[in-house]
Write a protein that binds this ligand. Structure first.
Ligand code: AMP
Length: 212
């Protein structure tokens, strides 16, 4: 089963992807993680991507499509695309790419979460500088404030989770990513899950879709 998880920033794509990779052994392809990795490594791509990410804008399609091409080839079946595609141009490019590899996406799962909930999820999110584990200051605090339960490194707020950038990310999402709902309805791959619930309930709904 190959899945796309899409939805607004803060909808829970990363959290659900982590459950699916741990429990169902799917490969994870997160363009956000790949881009943050490129920034950390100081590569050309990272330098180009950083200015867009820090402003809450999308990284240009050609850069992200190139990145996904590199990682999808060789993955084989059984992967989750998390945060890609985010535009109709990316969705078309993905269709072409997978056709060439004789792979298919069975479901494009939209995680629906109301806007006010997204905002508080994003402002309260903290991530481990070292292992990337994700917390929330209210709904999922670490045992010791500011310290990762898994590896004891420092927890930080992502630059793009600051108030002023979040507003832009949500606006960008509405303009460029929302149209993918009708795109995947037309292709027959669309499925919707209520993402405004605890992570286990959301996971169960995604699993139910996978056996359909
Ligand atoms: P995420 O971790 O998925 O929320 O992504 C963080 C940021 O990386 C986004 O706000 C974008 O700036 C950039 N990004 C991630 N995926 C894409 C994509 N498919 N297309 C363009 N930009 C992306």
């Amino acid at each position: 089963m190959n899945l796309i998880l899409f939805g607004a920033p803060g909808a829970g794509k990363g959290t659900q992807s982590n459950l699916l990779i741990q429990r169902d052994r799917l490969h994870h392809i997160s363009t956000g993680d790949l881009l943050r990795g490129a920034i950390k490594s100081g590569s050309d791509l990272g330098v180009k991507a950083k200015s867009f990410i820090d402003k809450g804008e999308l990284v240009p399609d050609e850069l992200v499509i190139g990145l996904v091409k590199e990682v999808v080839v060789g993955k084989g079946p059984g992967f989750i695309l998390d945060g890609f595609p985010r535009t109709v141009i990316q969705a078309d490019a993905l269709g072409q790419l997978l056709k060439g590899l004789r792979l298919e996406i069975q479901k494009a799962v939209f995680l629906h979460v109301p806007f006010d909930v997204l905002f508080s999820r994003l402002t309260g999110r903290r991530v481990c500088k070292s292992c990337g584990a994700v917390y929330h200051i209210v709904s999922k605090p670490s045992k010791k404030e500011g310290i990762c339960d898994v590896c004891a490194s420092e927890l930080v707020q992502r630059n793009d989770d600051k108030d002023e950038v979040i507003a832009n990310r949500l606006k960008t999402y509405e303009e460029f990513t929302m149209p993918l709902k009708s795109y995947f309805k037309q292709t027959g791959q669309y499925a919707e899950v209520d993402g405004d619930r605890d992570e286990e309930s959301v996971y169960k709904s995604i699993k139910d879709l996978m056996i359909l």
